[in-house]
Design a protein around this ligand. Sequence first.
Ligand code: NAG
Ligand code: NAG
Length: 506
Amino acid sequence: MVSQTTPHRAHALALALLATGSLVAAGPCDIYSSGGTPCVAAHSTTRALYSSYSGSLYQVKRGSDNATTNIAPLSAGGVANAATQDSFCAGTTCLITIIYDQSGRGNHLTQAPPGGFNGPDSGGYDNLASAIGAPVTLNGQKAYGVFISPGTGYRNNAASGTAKGDAAEGVYAVLDGSHYNGACCFDYGNAETSSRDTGNGHMEAIYYGNCNVWGTGSGSGPWFMADLENGLFSGANPKNNAADPSISYRFVTTALKGEPNQWALRGGNAASGSLSTYYSGVRPSASGYNPMSKEGAIILGIGGDNSNSAQGTFYEGVMTSGYPSDATENSVQANIVAAKYATTSLTSGPALSVGSHISLRATTSCCTTRYIAHTGSTVNTQVVSSSSATALKQQASWVVHAGLGNSACFSFESVDTPGSYIRHYNFGLQVNASDGSKQFNEDATFCPQAGLNGQGNSIRSWSYPTRYFRHYDNDLYIASNGGVDTFDATGLYNDDVSFVISSGFA
Ligand SMILES: *[C@@H]1O[C@H](CO)[C@@H](O)[C@H](O)[C@H]1NC(C)=O
Ligand SMILES: *[C@@H]1O[C@H](CO)[C@@H](O)[C@H](O)[C@H]1NC(C)=O
């Protein structure tokens, strides 16, 4: 006779193992299953979400030859094998092309198609995320999250088994609480199958950011809210829910759930502690939200109509069938905490020291006497040597600072224009006075890594990690390896983005 473990007993077993701190036997989706609300979509580039899952987590595509490879966990139920990605992507760029669904339903996420916001006439598919924008460790093992820059998005408009109409569902996601903006909309969850705004109540997705156009919580954000279409809701009514806190955790757990005329927002620190309930109650009173008209598509990083101006980082998340109990969500939170998300280095290659003065020499064969310099606000390359005039030497010298937008990376202040930094603007590089804003700070933050052509450093934009400092016709851009602009050309890319850093001329 085959022995059977009841769902209830399996749940208790998982909790017991978690409580003793031993090897985590259950994944988040095992816990949801035990609670009677199974995952119908399970996405993560960092780890398996079922204890038995050993299939592919995600696919990457490299720039050198467009080849793809799948990244799987190190072992069943384990952390992603980041070393496979690192060796496959060595000396080139890599994009995340597919985030596989671990639930067995085939609800994979791929490059989002044009939608109502960014329609077929005004733009093409959304961008894909860099494979290296969001490195972390889980229990000390390296893995990569999905770093969403504005314009980036993933979607599945033909998902199976996800909630439709007023059917119950749960959604959780682990996000980077320090990566957000106020634009619409960094979401994960249930959305329209047409990539268009089809009306109130046609979505039920996690939103994270400090957009204050619709709902708000306490303080100035960022907040976890629900995108129910034509509104980001921190609660039902009124617009402001003081119980929905501004979040400052580096790793944040967000859990949203909805069933007929009932929904809840619960959240907490993904690295410790338990979930708090920010809202639990009736649906918003405006028409269209009760009953809901969920359509069952899945979005990541964008709004239901493909609004793609927001930014954020996703590590893992699921959608369930049925309304998970608070106890089930609490067990999932314990599992996430036990996964031990932590930060790791964002840089590699020859090290930079804060406070030093540097100059950066081009390595493309055309240009090996040229250094990154500036003429007014334009950043360019100029031929500089030890016998150049002092003014030119100063134009080609930069003070290294801890990154204004993320201190794990760097910012570069002009030696001859104190208070002005290299920042990107419309994907060009400029020297501009700092206005101290979050936008400026992020635009002025860059993460050096080992040079893509094997020389010196390649200098990645923190906020657009598919893009690197590139000289093109002697002007500087943040360029992607292939893209819509001429400076994104793939020819000579690795050389044009690699610079040898030395002590500054001035
Ligand atoms: C990769 O694919 C893109 C888009 O199809 C193409 O433009 C590019 O030339 C390809 N690159 C290589 C190295 O084959
Ligand atoms: C940067 O500075 C230049 C010169 O002062 C100015 O023309 C330009 O508008 C500034 N750019 C931004 C994005 O503020």
